[in-house]
Design a protein around this ligand. Sequence first.
Ligand SMILES: [Zn+2]
Length: 74
Amino acid sequence: MVSRFADWSLSLDPYGGPAIHAAECTTCDEASPGADSRDVPEVWCLRHAARTGHTGFRSTVTTFLRATHLGPLT
Ligand SMILES: [Zn+2]
């Protein structure tokens, strides 16, 4: 992903670390731990569904962005 606005460019931050995958139950307030892979929140959802009967979840992936100034600094 690369976005530009005026003299600035926005892209994925190569030093921001891996994406963080997580899930939240949409019925109660419980949430999975964050993890480098989506397997962890998906297993958490299935275990939560089996334990509580709750079947709706919100999945999130957090990534890190870096803005870079393209023009000369003034
Ligand atoms: Zn729940």
